[in-house]
Ligand binder design. Structure first.
Ligand code: ZN
Length: 402
């Protein structure tokens, strides 16, 4: 075999199909994947993975880098006065953020948590509203630049205080996209702005203007939530944005009738709209198996990590796969593999990541962990794992390697 200069060899990698292989990496990509040779004299500098399971790095598909207190002082959760209320939670968040450590520091803490757990691609929503203006966007754009070599980050200009009900926000969102945000966000067009058409006119108008993707927070439940999803689906098809639109949370899909869901699933799949869920707490959440069966791309994210919305979150997408599988009643191997797919390949598809996976030519961003196979990894969530970015080890057992 020809030896390529600067090739790194990884020996005895257990792949998802249970075969054991030797991997070669050159220029940050897999250059060869061959059955384990067990050669008497391995290539110089080869790294023996000793049969550990090798998986493509996880995809953190929905997070908030600007609002977490991870690594900062503990902020006790403040309950809403009369049940979950987005507007009240936003007010609590503003109060907490005034006393928080610098945003750059908190974002860095959260990024390192995610990378340490094996996520090397991420989509973060970043708050834009009349009160904070573009401050959060400017800070997080700087953080993204600093961490460019370590993790791929997409940023969503997120109207946390609504669009129509927060005058000036549409102009700020336009500016945020000019500054470098990749996607335009949205927030409960019906319950928050009380104007579905007006809200979506701004979102899809800005998407078209900037050639940006769309990722809308939708907490509205039941038939109201379903109606909004149908509206987003129709807009996606009408504007030729198939594959570039996401509905995050989509709680409404979790509490409508099976008949309504079946029809909606088909239309969501046909429009190429992806659904993000983190299987949160006591909320109904989108039925992962039924939607996948309908052909919908369902992916996941941590969403809030120790912020004003809840105290949970650990930045571990393998643990998130466990939660999704647990809450979905996934027991069979193929179901556990589906839970893993949600935090890996489906996430890569929803984010439009290129050259993802363990394959020749793909980016050598991977995780090596102690598990026999994917189903075991999903139920055991082994924490001792090594994370490789472009074939270079960047974290081990949750800690960054400097
Ligand atoms: Zn969110």
């Amino acid at each position: 075999m020809d030896c390529i200069v600067n090739e790194t060899h990884f020996l005895n990698a257990r792949l998802a199909d249970s075969t054991v292989a030797d991997l070669a990496v050159a220029g940050g990509r897999f250059s060869a994947i061959t059955p384990a040779a067990n050669a008497a004299t391995p290539p110089v500098g080869a790294i023996d993975l000793a049969g550990q399971l090798v998986l493509p790095a996880f995809v953190e598909g929905h997070i908030h880098l600007d609002t977490s207190f991870y690594g900062d002082a503990w902020r006790p959760h403040i309950p809403c006065t009369n049940g979950f209320d987005v507007r009240e939670r936003v007010a609590f968040q503003m109060r907490n953020l005034k006393r928080a450590a610098p945003m750059e520091e908190r974002a860095k803490n959260q990024l390192e948590l995610c990378v340490g757990n094996g996520s090397l691609a991420m989509r973060s929503h970043v708050m834009v509203d009349a009160a904070v203006g573009l401050k959060h966007v400017e800070t997080i754009l700087g953080v993204r630049e600093k961490y460019r070599d370590l993790i791929d980050i997409q940023l969503v200009a997120f109207p946390q205080s609504g669009i129509l009900s927060s005058p000036g926000t549409a102009e700020l969102l336009d500016e945020a996209l000019k500054l470098g945000c990749d996607l335009i966000g949205g927030l409960d067009p019906a319950s928050f702005d009380r104007d579905v058409k007006g809200h979506l006119d701004v979102v899809f108008g800005l998407a078209e203007k900037h050639g940006a993707g769309v990722d809308i927070h939708l907490h509205d439940r039941g038939t109201l939530g379903l109606f909004e999803i149908e509206e987003i689906v129709a807009r996606t098809t009408a504007s030729g944005m198939q594959g570039k639109v996401v509905v995050s949370h989509a709680y409404g899909l979790g509490d409508v009738s099976a008949d309504a869901l079946a029809g909606a699933g088909e239309r969501i799949a046909a429009a190429g709209v992806a659904i993000m869920t983190n299987a949160p707490g006591d909320h109904p959440f989108p039925p992962v198996a039924a939607l996948r069966k309908a052909g919908v791309t369902v992916f996941a994210g941590s969403d809030n990590i120790r912020d004003s919305w809840w105290p949970y979150g650990d930045g571990d997408m393998l643990n998130r796969a466990n939660m999704i599988g647990y809450r979905s009643g996934f027991y069979e191997d193929w179901e556990l593999e589906a839970a893993y797919d949600v935090v890996s390949r489906a996430g890569a598809k929803a984010l439009g990541l290129e050259d993802y996976g363990i394959a020749v030519g793909a980016k050598a961003d991977f995780v090596a962990l102690k598990a026999e196979h994917v189903p075991e990894a999903v139920v055991a969530v082994p924490k001792d794992r090594a994370v490789y970015r472009a074939g270079r080890e960047v974290a081990r057992d949750g800690r960054m390697i400097r």
